[in-house]
Design a protein. Structure first.
Length: 100
């Protein structure tokens, strides 16, 4: 989970319009109470050089939208199966009362 502090730090810097630098990311990570690993900070900053963060976030939202839309449909199918099972049990209970 510590790596998430680094990513959140980058997003915070970006939203504040601050420079994405190793020093700034380290300050934010250390403000969370964690000790910033210089190698991880350097790797993260280097990997984000030239990346349009706004565009990357838009793509992430677009790619997540189909998955979010599919989740309620899957839940409805599961509920329907459960309802069918309950109805069958109730019908069987009613029939046993007639013949029992």
């Amino acid at each position: 989970m510590i790596i998430m502090n680094y990513v959140y730090g980058v997003l915070l810097l970006h939203s504040a319009g601050k420079e994405l630098s190793e020093a700034n990311v380290s300050k934010i990570v250390e403000a969370t109470g964690e000790k910033a690993d210089p190698a991880q900070v350097k790797a993260l900053v280097a990997s984000l050089q030239g990346v349009n963060i706004d565009e990357a976030m838009k793509q992430a939202v677009v790619s997540a939208a189909p998955a979010a839309a599919a989740a309620p449909a899957a839940e409805k199918k599961e509920e329907k199966k459960e309802d069918e099972g309950k109805k069958a049990e109730e019908a069987a209970a009613g029939l046993s009362g007639l013949f029992g």
